[in-house]
Ligand binder design. Structure first.
Ligand code: SAM
Ligand code: SF4
Length: 332
């Protein structure tokens, strides 16, 4: 293996988010605009073979965890074929997928057979009308059946992620957690980040993780989970009665940049060192021009060398400029 990817702040990078498409069949208001969305031309999106080559470079540099995301990764045709290619790379210890769940019912078994280790499903409400209003699609039932299919296919643990929004779905914290406990699903609340391209983006919609935790503690006693991995953005808690756990990802009120070990590759082959750092570097051009492994490694190293103290930390000082690529174009 080459020297690991250590940045100027001593952080070693082991984790990669791979955005395989900027397309999505939902329009969550904190992520995408409702209309007039301009997608990248297909010719600019990496093929599965190209993703595999880039990940192979990454694993030589110490990447050990790969999360497939988007846009909605399951709208990309034959995603299990990419999973197969990645699960053939023996150095990858954790291969996971983040999805809105719409196509899980059809694809859960194929994803499992292809070698996927873990699935995260995003779900912000358990109310059918609200779901439709939020995501623009009447698909709550489909998503719930998708989660069931993933459980039946043998995925465990399954994490369900929700973004609570002030005045929109903030009243569902307890309901969501109780539902997840009933099905033995792990639950994560993610604070709203000002990186979406849709109408819900500002601080007026932010519900802090501390507030959500306090609401849950009105019903349940929570015990900090000692096994919590410091490089994981989630602070997790076990329920005192022994059944289930819940986590809080608080990039805004408790930035976790000091332990960040993540890099991102966008669907069009740019490498980014942070969700919030718009200074991305191109991998697709050199890859398609036949660059050597050493040349591609050099781009990865430059991306890591450019990494600042951390985007979430800097967000405390600056507010979102509204420019640059947004969540669905980067990969959450
Ligand atoms: N389409 C897939 C999904 O929804 O799970 C994968 C991509 S999505 C961008 C990944 C995650 O980012 C989802 O859990 C979503 O809720 C979260 N997300 C999107 N925009 C966000 C924002 N502005 N703030 C916080 N989380 C956001
Ligand atoms: Fe699509 Fe996921 Fe963004 Fe929702 S959060 S619009 S499902 S990419």
């Amino acid at each position: 293996m080459s020297l690991p990817l250590v940045d100027g702040f001593g952080r070693t990078h082991r984790s990669l988010r791979l955005s395989v498409t900027d397309r999505c069949n939902f329009r969550c208001p904190y992520c995408m605009p409702a209309e007039h969305v301009v997608f990248q031309p297909r010719s600019e999106i990496l093929s599965y073979e190209e993703f595999q080559k880039l990940v192979q470079v990454g694993v030589r540099l110490g990447i050990r965890e790969v999360r497939i995301t988007g846009g909605e990764p399951l709208v990309r045709r034959d995603l299990p074929r990419l999973v197969e290619r990645l699960s053939d790379i023996p150095q990858i210890e954790d291969l996971s997928l983040t999805t809105n769940g719409f196509y899980l019912r059809e694809l859960a078994v194929a994803l499992r057979k292809a070698g996927l280790h873990r699935i995260n499903v995003s779900l912000d409400t358990l109310r059918r009308d609200r779901f439709k209003e939020l995501c623009g699609v009447d698909a709550l039932d489909r998503v719930l059946r998708g989660i069931e299919a993933a459980r039946n296919a043998g995925f465990f643990p399954i994490k369900v992620n929700a973004v609570l929004l002030r005045g929109i779905n903030e009243d569902e914290a307890e309901e969501l957690v109780d539902w997840a406990r009933g099905l033995n699903l792990s639950f994560r609340f993610i604070e709203l980040m000002p990186i979406g391209g849709g109408p819900v983006r500002g601080r007026e919609h932010l519900v802090s993780g501390a507030e959500v935790k306090a609401r849950i503690e009105r019903r349940h006693r929570l015990i900090p989970d000692e096994r919590c991995d410091p490089s994981s953005p989630a602070r997790t808690f076990r329920f005192a009665d022994g059944s289930g756990e819940v986590g809080f990802i608080n990039p805004i009120t408790e930035p976790f940049c000091a332990h960040c070990d993540r890099l991102r590759i966008t669907a069009d082959g740019k490498i980014r060192n942070c969700l919030f750092d718009q200074g991305e570097l191109d991998l697709r051009g050199p890859l398609r021009a036949g660059a050597s492994e050493a040349e591609l490694e050099a781009v990865w190293r430059r991306a890591v060398g450019n990494k600042g103290v951390g985007g979430c930390v800097e967000l405390e000082r600056e507010s979102d400029s509204g420019s640059g690529r947004r969540m669905w174009q980067i990969g959450g």
